[in-house]
Design a binder for this molecule. Structure first.
Ligand code: FES
Length: 646
């Protein structure tokens, strides 16, 4: 072989290798794909039920999962009825109106970021004409309590430049931090649900990061702040779930970390358009209608039983507590608990018109979503910690989302004891159904399935019982008499503060808060404490005060500001993703053929989190029904199921 031939051969080999490397590089780039339908002949199937097929679907729960399932099925010709126990739809995307400073303001469950890779949610919103309220955030800022702020989200999504650019953009991260091999970072790039959960679901992410040698600076600067947004502390978050989460937001999507927020409150921007779409498709929505149980015959659901409606069958008086007369103060309230641990307030004199023998009793179960209310020392009435509902001393609603006054109970004195009884109206209505989608939050699902005796399925009983909720979280919104600097981000994640995990300046981007701030020179700010560790749990007013102090550390221009009004929520209803949970989590399809589950607690075979997980679960539930009825599934777009090095 002469020299010229050798050079030609070498050049060709190098070119081939280069092209091969390029091709391999292209092949591992994050991409958007579609989930494979259940049936191989899916593309040939009709989309709609034949007219007059009369298939009835009941959807229990009006959050994103339930609304998505209901809309998808109504689009295909099913007769859909959606039941929601609260007076408003939306679940954790829901909202309500509050009175503050002589005006009415819409308030929501909390700030939500709408990421670019929320493909399914965006499609559902687009069909409802609800994308117009979304506005892009300028990157993803993280404000630290002990180091300079960072701004992510403007990085490229090309692998591995996406990882490198996180480091180059960072004020804190150094390439020198990454000279030691880190199995944990490789595990992230090798994410594969079929392998990762077997390997790492048994350990929490904090331990995983330590043992798999992820640089501490990477954990502190990037992974902990973002991991906390799962509303599961990384000390309690399954490492496999965390890897899945980081894959979804960092490594596996071609859009990067870009997100939008809504220019109007979540009801106006998101929930109302979805409800309008469902109604326009012929669906029925019944709010304030709790579902008591799912009814089955054999191994098949035949419908649900809901409260109210129909003819009253009977009213029964059930004794729920007793309290010695001597324990009821001359003024004010005595507090006792019923068998379920819910508070009951007993007074001698507060509401004489309803008192028997001079005693009054109020049911301490909030009429919004059933949280236990507590005494409000400031007003002499009652306050519900969950979403800030307030009641007068007689139990009348004075603010927040509760639709009705606290229920008055029967209180009768005899032999030195006050006996308290609840009248149970056995007024209920049977709703027949061919299909049932249960899309409640974890607590509601557990309660409903227990009342339904798990529809006779031992497997479902075990799976539902194993579901849990993460640590409590607080959402605090404050109206202030000082402005926030104009260059502050609409939303920022925070880290290294005791309570505050994120801060949103509503007066920078959402009406009517923008107008209020312009008129008054003040600001409206929302603070989140995502998941409060048991050792940091304290009285709500103590946490609230600490969060306000931290707010002035985050945005020092707010030092000395007066809080003109505040709304606070303390809740514990986010799904738990703890070590070991994955195996037990139920899937959309259950052992009961015509009973489907939806919600972000459901185990999905595509990678999605938070609102997108809820939406995907709703589409999966609908697809199971469509497929069983011989109809074409809705296409489900998703991020790449595996990491670039899997
Ligand atoms: Fe929501 Fe009480 S449960 S305000």
């Amino acid at each position: 072989m002469n020299r010229r031939t050798l050079l030609r051969l070498g050049g060709a080999t190098l070119a081939t290798l280069g092209l091969g490397t390029l091709a391999a590089g292209v092949a591992i780039q994050p991409r958007r794909i579609y989930r494979r339908p259940a049936r191989a002949d899916d593309a040939t199937l009709p989309e709609h039920l034949p007219g007059g097929a009369g298939k009835r679907v009941v959807v229990v729960g009006g959050g994103l999962a339930g609304l998505t399932a209901a809309i998808t099925l109504a689009e295909r010709g099913f007769s859909v009825t959606l039941f929601e126990q609260a007076s408003h739809l939306g679940g954790k995307v829901g909202g309500w109106t509050v009175r503050a400073l002589g005006e009415e303001f819409p308030i929501e469950h909390g700030f939500h970021g709408f990421f670019a890779q929320y493909y399914n949610l965006r499609e559902v919103l687009a069909d409802a004409g609800a994308l117009g309220d979304l506005a892009p955030s300028a990157g993803y800022p993280v404000i630290f309590g002990d180091r300079p702020a960072e701004r992510f989200g403007t990085t490229t999504s090309i692998f591995p430049l996406n990882l490198l650019s996180v480091i180059t953009q960072s004020e804190t991260l150094r390439f020198a931090d990454f000279t030691e091999p880190s199995e944990g970072l490789l595990d992230l790039m090798r994410f594969d649900p079929a392998v990762t959960f077997d390997q790492f679901d048994g350990v929490d992410f904090a331990t995983f990061a330590r043992e798999r040698r992820i640089p501490t600076s990477m954990v502190d600067t990037v992974l902990r702040p973002f991991g906390d947004t799962t509303l599961n502390r990384i000390e309690r978050l399954s490492a496999a779930e965390a890897l899945r989460f980081f894959h979804f937001y960092f490594m596996g999507n071609p859009e990067g970390l870009a997100f939008d927020y809504t220019r109007r409150d979540s009801m106006a921007a998101i929930v109302d358009p979805l409800a309008a779409r469902l109604r326009a498709l012929g669906g029925t929505i019944r709010t304030s209608t709790p579902v008591r149980r799912v009814d089955a015959e054999g191994k098949r659901v035949v419908g649900v039983t809901v409260e109210g409606g129909g003819a009253p069958r009977d009213i029964e008086l059930q004794t729920i507590a007793t309290v010695p007369v001597a324990d009821v103060p001359a003024t004010g309230w005595a507090e006792v608990r019923d068998d379920a641990g819910m508070p009951i307030f007993v007074s001698r004199s507060v509401e004489p018109s309803t008192a028997l023998n001079g005693f009054t009793a109020l049911d301490g179960q909030c009429t919004h979503k059933g949280c236990p209310v507590g005494r409000d020392a400031a007003t002499g009435g009652f306050r519900c910690p969950c979403h800030g509902g307030t009641f007068s001393a007689t139990g009348a609603v004075t603010g927040g989302p509760p639709p009705r006054a606290l229920k008055t109970l029967t209180a009768v004195e005899g032999d030195g004891v006050v006996t308290i009884a609840r009248s149970v109206e056995r007024q209920e209505e049977q709703i027949p159904a061919d299909w049932c989608v249960v899309a409640c939050e974890v607590r509601g699902l557990k309660k409903l399935m227990a009342a339904s005796q798990y529809v006779g399925s031992a497997a479902l009983a075990v799976q539902v019982a194993a579901l849990g909720e993460s640590d409590p979280y607080v959402v605090l919104r404050v109206w202030l008499d000082k402005p926030v600097r104009a260059d502050r981000s609409a939303f920022a994640t925070t880290s290294r503060f005791k309570y505050v995990d994120s801060i949103a300046v509503y007066s920078h981007y959402q009406e009517p808060f923008v107008a209020w701030a312009a008129r008054t020179g003040g600001a409206v700010v929302e603070l989140h404490a995502y998941a409060i560790a048991p050792e940091e749990m304290a009285a709500l007013d103590v946490i609230q005060a600490a969060m306000c102090t931290e707010m002035t550390r985050i945005y020092p221009e707010l030092a000395g500001a007066t809080i003109l009004h505040h709304e606070v929520q303390l809740q514990d209803d986010f799904s738990r993703f703890a070590p070991g949970d994955w195996t037990m989590r139920p899937t959309t399809v259950t052992s009961i053929p015509n009973l489907l589950l939806a919600g972000d607690h459901v185990k999905l075979d595509v990678v999605a989190h938070l609102m997108e997980a809820a939406c995907v679960s709703g589409r999966l539930a609908a697809n199971a029904i469509l497929s069983a009825e011989g109809l074409r599934e809705v296409r489900i777009p998703t991020v790449d199921p595996k990491g670039p090095l899997a």
